[in-house]
Design a protein around this ligand. Structure first.
Ligand SMILES: *[C@@H]1O[C@H](CO)[C@@H](O)[C@H](O)[C@H]1NC(C)=O
Ligand SMILES: *[C@@H]1O[C@H](CO)[C@@H](O)[C@H](O)[C@H]1NC(C)=O
Ligand SMILES: *[C@@H]1O[C@H](CO)[C@@H](O)[C@H](O)[C@H]1NC(C)=O
Ligand SMILES: *[C@@H]1O[C@H](CO)[C@@H](O)[C@H](O)[C@H]1NC(C)=O
Ligand SMILES: *[C@@H]1O[C@H](CO)[C@@H](O)[C@H](O)[C@H]1NC(C)=O
Ligand SMILES: *[C@@H]1O[C@H](CO)[C@@H](O)[C@H](O)[C@H]1NC(C)=O
Length: 382
């Protein structure tokens, strides 16, 4: 009897102490969160003040469409822009995109606008770091389709090894200052539920200062590899099943449509942010979320994953819980998953995980403009 009581007492004590420990670590995390959020608001204010000041004018007299802050390399590349045409019917400068890219000398310093005429381009394209300032320009009434069907488990011809996710991309961009306008990027590999190595990327963007206007990205698992750098997506359509926007980019998605073709439970995003010092994160503004299956808005790939949805319409396809910690509870206090002024049946906050955040106006501001990706130094009107 006495022994039993003793055990109860021990149990009680250990429960109390673990509760205390838990709540104190939650409190610490809450303090860290509040500190970061105030830092972020201040940081944004300071940046906005600096940017509003006219900068010194190194190249006075050159018109950059009023963009006084454009970085110098880009300004020069713009001034010396050239255009080439790709047409499969032989009336352009080249018949394939690959040939057009091959014609550009390495360490290119000019903006090269590649006008791609309508057609289905079955090409695997890699733009190396040495080819910055490339623009793919399609026709809005009939966008060219760049298509492939490699998956992570496809065997490459050269060494007989599987490609892995990174190499599965139909189009892979390692260069900076890439722009695509009116282009459809596609990976048609079928996704079998539960299959391994089914990751099939349509586009991987690893260069910084990249912009996509009126583009569409079609795939199923891992459609858009937003790998790293500053990226801007405007008026784009992105479709997939599992983790279909993923990576460590710092990106603003404005006016985009995300469509799930999942047949079960999946996640729209898998933002990877593995330590506190990284500036990466996805911000979705004025977007629309629709589709099939049931989706989380994001699942944490890395302990400090960061995703914000603002002014976004969410259809009922979004799970009430909203967010997923990928089975690792320590991430609950570390991730930054937030929503601001969203609407639609999927935006009901009642069932959300307790660690999802609703932002105040002040807290939301740093995420809802092109300044989130330092756009004033590199975004040019298409
Ligand atoms: C592109 O080059 C043409 C001349 O080839 C020039 O007239 C035009 O202003 C340039 N575009 C930009 C944005 O600088
Ligand atoms: C080739 O394509 C262009 C535009 O896409 C079109 O204007 C032209 O008529 C075509 N020429 C031939 C020979 O098919
Ligand atoms: C990929 O596409 C090629 C060409 O259309 C086809 O021969 C191949 O069977 C496809 N592979 C898969 C896995 O679908
Ligand atoms: C993008 O698409 C819209 C229609 O959705 C069109 O009005 C606009 O001109 C397109 N932009 C470009 C740069 O082609
Ligand atoms: C954070 O991650 C980046 C990229 O992986 C790495 O370069 C950096 O050293 C890391 N910083 C810390 C404090 O771990
Ligand atoms: C939100 O969801 C809760 C629980 O399912 C429900 O009671 C409530 O009516 C919903 N609110 C709206 C505005 O739909």
């Amino acid at each position: 009897m006495a022994l039993k009581n003793h055990i109860y007492l021990l149990l009680l004590l250990s429960t109390i102490s673990s509760c205390l420990k838990l709540s104190s670590s939650v409190l610490d995390a809450e303090t860290d969160y509040n500190k970061w959020v105030s830092w972020n608001i201040d940081h944004h204010r300071r940046k906005a003040i600096l940017e509003a000041k006219p900068t010194t004018q190194p190249s006075a007299g050159i018109s950059t469409g009023g963009k006084a802050n454009l970085d110098d390399k880009l300004r020069k590349a713009e001034m010396h822009n050239v255009s080439i045409t790709v047409n499969q019917n032989g009336t352009g400068d080249f018949k394939t995109i690959t040939e057009a890219l091959k014609s550009i000398p390495p360490y290119n310093t000019r903006r090269v606008i590649i006008a791609i005429k309508p057609g289905v381009y079955r090409e695997k394209i890699a733009i190396p770091r040495t080819l910055p300032f490339i623009t793919f320009m399609g026709d809005s009434s009939d966008p060219p389709i760049i298509t492939g069907n490699d998956t992570a488990s496809s065997v490459s011809g050269k060494d007989g090894m599987p490609l892995r996710t990174f190499q599965s991309a139909t189009v892979a961009v390692d260069a900076d200052y890439f722009i695509a306008i009116n282009v459809k990027f596609e990976n048609t590999a079928p996704h079998e539920i539960g299959s391994k190595g089914g990751q099939a990327v349509a586009l991987r963007i690893s260069g910084t200062k990249a912009a996509f206007y009126n583009c569409s990205f079609h795939g199923s698992q891992d459609t858009l590899y937003d790998h790293k750098g500053l990226h801007y997506f405007n008026n784009c359509f992105i479709q997939g099943s599992v983790d279909f926007i993923f990576g460590s980019g710092r990106s603003l998605y404005e006016n985009c449509h995300l469509n799930s073709i999942s047949k079960k439970v999946a996640s729209l995003t898998a933002q990877k942010r593995s330590n506190l010092s990284l500036e990466s994160g996805f911000s979705f503004k004025d977007c629309v979320v629709t589709g099939s299956g049931l989706v989380y808005l994001g699942r944490a790939w890395g302990d400090y994953s960061r995703v914000v949805f603002s002014y976004t319409f969410m259809d009922k396809v979004v799970l009430p819980q909203g967010w997923n910690d990928w089975g690792d509870q320590k991430r609950d206090t570390r991730v930054f998953y937030a929503e601001y002024k969203c609407s639609g049946p999927g935006a009901n906050f009642t069932g959300r995980v307790p660690w999802a955040r609703v932002l105040t106006d002040e807290e939301a501001v740093p995420f809802i403009g092109t300044y989130y990706v330092d756009g004033d130094t590199w975004l040019i009107t298409p």
